[in-house]
Design a protein around this ligand. Sequence first.
Ligand code: GDP
Ligand code: ZN
Length: 377
Amino acid sequence: MSDGESIGKSISDRPLFPDSDFPIWGTVVAVQANFYRVKLESNRETQFLPQFLLCTRRTRLKKIGQKVMVGDRVLVVEPDWQDARGAIGEVSPRSTELQRPPVANGTHILLVFALGEPTLDPWQLSRFLVKAESTDLQLCLCFNKSDLITALERQQWQQRLVNWGYEANYISVKQHQGIEELLLSRLRGKITVVAGPSGVGKSSLIDALVPSVNLRVGKVSGKLQRGRHTTRHVELFELPGGGLLADSPGFNQPDLDCLPSNLAWYFPEARVRLQQGNCQFSDCLHRDEPGCNVRGDWERYEYYLDFLDKAIAYQAARQQQPDQESSLKLKVKGAGKNQYEPKLQTKKYRRTSRKVRQQNLQDIYQTQLEEEIEDQL
Ligand code: GDP
Ligand code: ZN
């Protein structure tokens, strides 16, 4: 298409905004306070319309307690095409639902760890793996900073991970190695939730995968960036060629809050043993019970025992303190020490006037809206 054509097609040739008698479906890509940014599904009817609508939630949904999460597929009603606004009237049933970070319909968790800087800690890695295994989402493991270790060290890690039951992608964002392959073979067309400890290169990876998003790597710029840091909200970014990627700061410190009896299922090594044959006792926790099929000389068995203690302590404290549940959060610390810490107060957003609301919106979305308008012109 020549420049002349693309300019000629913009705005003046667009049909007047149509009557909205066709259903408008989209995906929620960001949530801020009571506003939802919805990326519309493109089809013949919407091809000349704004790609994104900033929406509120219909009162009816509030009344029935229907929450709206990032990743939700929603029906937009009462569209105001001029101002790119609308309201969410319906939420499709979710295929998966993650609480921390809050993401609906995620396909898998992309767990990112570094092979160096910070040193790869197999205990911490296992803790993240167990957490990811305990969700309904699939798991995709990725090791960054390949450039910091030798080929031999990498092979050793690779073999060790295979023994644990994991195939991983080994990449270097710095040297731009393995990124394209990761995108094509694992991420395209899916909703991916990126997780992992800080410093491993998650932001750098998202920057590399989604060129249009200039995330911070040790830098903070723009109002939306600041919003992301302070409010820990999740946002979905579009991958080139299809698919969405969630930047997920809330997944940084996984709790061992699973049921002790489920824990073994979150270790592939134990899972294989459980599938091969039952333990003598159906409530076996695979410690020192007679006739246990899971206990054995697999490398991470000691992690299993350690995590089991923590999961048991978590459950016990939870049962003893039902009233504290709402205001306190149990921190399971090292060596079996448990401690309640006050939960951060959830920020309550008062009903705001239209004027204030518009200011908020402007503050949060100005940058992106401007970019979109530029794109559309
Ligand atoms: P995040 O906290 O997981 O989001 O990590 P960042 O993306 O902020 O990266 C942390 C640091 O690791 C930054 O200084 C990056 O430049 C650096 N880094 C990211 N990827 C690589 C890599 O592949 N190799 C090396 N050597 N450093 C990297
Ligand atoms: Zn057992």
